[in-house]
Design a protein around this ligand. Structure first.
Ligand code: ATP
Ligand code: ATP
Length: 490
């Protein structure tokens, strides 16, 4: 289905990002591409769906065959007929305004009859449990909901080859399981599937092959059995995440300060949209300096909306937000809390990575030293002159965190800071967050990432159906509850 022979590629003005890649994917094969952030996974998938050379310009050499045809002779619409793609950032692939039109869009392009489109749309929506969202505007969806819609759209179109770039990045555990079921069906139907991923645990039963990339090259390739037998040390040496869903009880971090809360949320009620009902009904909790709190709960429960209220981007319907014991009105909350959003593109404004770090600040040598130190910690210093838009998904994600580390606010809110990160970069984020907490900041992390929670969080706040359902410190005794929260089975 796919044959890549000795392919090298370099984006304009950049060093080579793919070097001498050869890869064959047979019909019906299920291949997982993995490797450290920036190693070239997304770039490789862009060869399969024709985005290279049709959208991304650069220098390409070698031969690419897709569906038995020389890719050099294929027009973009011909790629579209063969290959269905789910991008790393689902927002960038939406064409329609409303969910059901988006799911139908791919089918319409394939010339499928409208009766059949309706059947497929319903099937795909059921498989991903997004039936209640069909009439909704795409812009109003949570990030996990958007990701499900993107997967449903390709599933409904039934292309010959499926190419998905980190399709689980924003999904909670239950939704990841639904995704796994969808993928299982695609495999059973004999489809060819290629997935670029950092989270390997949900793919281990499905993958025929795991291809490990590093620095633009294919380093090695494993069967999933071989992959599963790699030791934790070997995986971390390779910069990968674990292949199983396990928590080591001994590693749970505890530690709280006895100080007064820096942020107190009292009986907060928030509406989802202007004309819709209450999303958060009555939420109260507080966070102290030095605490690292995991805010978790199912996709669409209102975690991001809560964070937006805390930093004043959304107004509450009722309730109080107190910073250091004083009620703060929405327009002033950004002085107290810095929010790193999930959508990295909407918060990168400068022409260069270094410019982003110093944006709006007086350029003093201490500031530049701090920026250099942080960029080094997050392995971004070599990209300091690069335009932020040209970074890989994981690089952008680390840059938005790096910018947050430049700020002075006593509260730091991070929305899914590790969703697209490999094991090594996850560790880098962990170290940065620990240092922030040690310096007296309160860190609130919205996350579905169980590895992150285990490595760094001291407390879990779990939202369900608009209410704060659980709020507890992490220690050996609360371990089973923590696992249930991360699995979404409380
Ligand atoms: N205008 C609107 N009308 C109706 N519902 C809306 C509107 N805007 C947002 N919502 C809904 O509010 C819910 C909260 O979204 P939010 O992004 O806060 O969830 P989340 O818990 O962060 O989810 P995720 O884990 O998927 O990121 C979602 O179900 C979303 O669809
Ligand atoms: N449009 C672009 N222009 C210039 N360089 C780019 C562009 N897109 C990606 N790159 C660079 O190519 C390299 C590979 O990026 P790619 O997105 O393929 O990595 P990745 O393995 O998918 O990373 P991640 O896991 O972080 O998503 C990175 O160093 C990235 O900065």
């Amino acid at each position: 289905m796919i044959e890549i022979k000795n392919v090298s590629f370099r984006y304009n003005y950049e060093r080579e990002q793919l070097s001498g890649i050869s890869l064959t994917v047979r019909q019906g094969e299920f291949v997982v591409l993995t490797g450290p952030s920036g190693c070239g996974k997304t770039t490789l998938t862009r060869l399969f769906n024709g985005l290279i050379p049709h959208f991304y310009e650069g220098t390409l050499s070698g031969e690419v065959y897709v569906g038995g045809k020389n890719a050099a002779d294929l027009q973009p619409w011909e790629f579209g007929k063969l290959v269905g793609s789910v991008f790393q950032d689902p927002r960038s692939q939406f064409f329609a305004a409303v969910v059901k039109d988006e799911i139908a869009f791919g089918c319409e392009n394939y010339g499928i009859l409208s009766n059949e489109i309706q059947i497929r749309m319903k099937e795909a929506a059921r498989a991903l449990q997004i039936e209640p969202l069909l009439a909704r505007h795409l812009l109003t969806l949570s990030s996990g909901e958007k990701q499900k819609v993107a997967v449903a759209s390709v599933q409904a179109a039934k292309p010959t080859i499926y190419v998905m770039d980190e399709p689980s990045a924003n999904l909670d555990m239950a939704a990841t399981k639904e995704l796994m079921e969808v993928l299982k069906k695609l495999k059973a139907a004999g489809s060819t599937v290629i997935i670029a991923e950092h989270r390997l645990y949900y793919l281990m039963e499905l993958a025929d092959r795991v291809v490990y990339m590093k620095n633009g090259k294919i380093e090695c390739s494993y069967t999933s059995r071989q992959m599963k037998s790699l030791s934790k040390d070997r995986l971390s040496e390779m910069g990968l995440r674990t292949t199983t869903l396990s928590w080591d009880v001994n590693k749970i971090i505890t530690g709280l300060t006895g100080e007064e809360p820096v942020l107190r949320v009292q009986n907060l009620a928030v509406k989802a949209g202007k004309s819709s009902g209450l999303l958060l009904l009555d939420v109260s909790f507080c966070i102290k300096p030095g605490e690292i709190l995991a805010l978790t709960g199912p996709n669409g429960v209102g975690k991001t909306t809560l964070a937006r209220v805390l930093c004043g981007l959304v107004k509450e319907k009722s309730g109080k937000i107190l910073y250091n014991g004083t009620g703060v009105k929405a327009s002033r909350r950004c002085r107290h809390a810095w929010f790193v959003m999930q959508d990295t593109d909407s918060q990168l404004f400068s022409e260069s990575v270094l410019g982003e770090m110093t944006l709006g600040k007086k350029l003093e040598s201490t500031l530049l030293e701090k920026a250099e130190e942080i960029l080094n910690e997050l392995d971004l210093w070599e990209y300091r002159e690069r335009h932020p838009a040209s970074l890989s998904g994981g690089q952008k994600q680390r840059l938005t965190l790096a910018v947050a580390l430049m700020q002075q606010t006593p509260v730091l809110i991070l929305d899914e800071p590790t969703s697209g990160l490999d094991g090594r970069n996850l560790e880098r984020v962990v170290q940065c967050v620990k240092a922030q907490a040690a310096s007296g900041k309160a860190v609130l992390i919205i996350t579905h990432d169980h590895e992150l929670v285990q490595k760094v969080c001291t407390r879990i706040v779990y939202l369900q159906k608009g209410m704060l359902f659980k709020d507890f410190c992490l220690h050996a005794d609360s371990y089973p509850l923590a696992v249930d929260c991360m699995l979404g089975i409380v």
